[in-house]
Design a binder for this molecule. Sequence first.
Ligand code: F6R
Length: 613
Amino acid sequence: MCGIVGYIGTHKARPILINGLKKLEYRGYDSAGIATIENNNIVCIKNKGRVKELENIDKVNSLGGTIGIAHTRWATHGKPSSTNAHPHLDNSKTFAVVHNGIIENYSELRKFLTDAGYSFLSQTDTEVIPNLIHYYYLKEDEKNTDKLACAVRKATLDLKGSYAISVLCSLEPDKIIVARKDSPLVIGVNDTEKYIASDIPAILEYTNNIYILNDGDLAKLTTDSITFYDNDFKIITKVPEVITWDAKAADKNGYEDFMLKEVYEQPTAIRETIGIRLSHGKKCDFSDINISKEYLSNISSIYIIACGTAMHAGLAVKPIFERLVSVPVIVDIASEFRYREPLINEKTLIICISQSGETADTIAALKNAKAMGCKTIAISNVIGSSITREADFTIYTHAGPEIAVASTKAYTSQITILSLLAIYFAEVLGLEENEMLQNLKNEILELPSKVSIALENTDIIKAFAKRIYKEKDLFFIGRGTDYAAALEASLKLKEISYIHSDAYQSGELKHGPIALIEDDVTVVGIITDRRLVEKSVSNLQEVITRGAKTLVVTNQNIDEKLFTNIVRIPQVHPLLSPVVSIIPLQLLSYYVAKEKGLDVDKPRNLAKSVTVE
Ligand code: F6R
């Protein structure tokens, strides 16, 4: 949930590190710090607040080293403060460490180090790491030419929990050591420059030749070389991946905020996600995952496991899987699944959805399911992310980097790829002649243009946002897949505009929540299923009668006179409709947050990828 950047090369490290931190601020932004080596000394500067504030410190501007590490933090252990910010130094100020993840046994390690004469300045779990490295470094044989890497490896062997670390040492000022376990870390290379990052977009403008470290890997970087070691400290060879994301994808590209840019990127993201999986008149192609007719005919259920928006994508595709594959689909929250004893076995197919591929709960749930004999499929947007290494099969969405904390294009891409997967399963099961399947395939190919149309219709949304931005409570209602979209719309509003909201199945209102409806309360209704129009309209009339003001998002033939605010979206099959109906509601949350003057991309208390429990 924090961000790491590192650099070793021939240029000044400071601008590269600060630039990288700005690209990573979406991962955490309550404090930031930087360390470089100058005249064989570590110079470390840290500050509470945003990267911009760190950048404006005079001492930061005068940093001249060509090797350095930097960090932007989202507090877990210890409140946001300059002392708790990274990098952390050992007592002798010889080692500087930046760390993502959580050291679960840090109290034990603190005690061990305190007994050995070390003291601590911060409340963080991280501060044990530089001191442990120092402890082991002193024990290394003087003749050992790989002292630093050995000491780091020994220190990491003592750590329980998750870590991605970068280490500087003033006694070996020409090296950076990096290591990872359960927290991502990559190394980018071009000629004599080497870049380290916890997330590819931070270094994409310098190189797209990226080494992805696996769990247990450690690497020693100098300006001339990189040496990779495995968990047993054996030297290994690695091949860089060539990342095809455009560096501009990690820029705002003229938009005021990343969120708005990403909302408008949805037609492209969906088109890229469909990619070669489907073309007109053809069957869906998922030949890269080994799922046979025999296996599919024998499964007894499908579990879709995820968190937050990704879980809402699961809810949105539950009906299409149930309709086409004819097995019960259970959508489960990863943090709940992992601590229950779910009724799963080798006849259960598990699909885990994670945009970042780094969500700790989702990865743990997948591991549990795998241990119980289930086949697992990961849906992720990030190549080489942790979940992709755990799952039996990985299917990528191709939404491009999602920087804004609020997930938008990942959500619609996830629904798209999962709908294609449901169709593929039906085809594998021999239902390819089914008329509904043909319709759904045609409709999926039309999703990018329908989303483009939905994105044009912003006037009513902007005006409605101006009317409601001071409210304290809002309700979203819908039936079937409209309810799934309502849940996601409600989450978007909460997270970026801090307005409390609830989502209900329209038919449930009268079983309790309608008691909350009084004069001027806002209710947003979604109506995209022809079969349910009358019932949904009646539910909205019930709240209007009780004084509510309403906004209706619909593609049905609903009388203008019934509602004051109607947002018209293109016709789309109800099984796919959240991809289109969510668009005006993503924009509603965006414009409400803007009216309130909030930082849309970096909402309070949130971070882009949640690598802790
Ligand atoms: C909401 C949001 C979160 C994430 C959730 C899962 O806008 O971004 O709810 O969807 O933390 O993240 P991933 O998909 O990376 O596992």
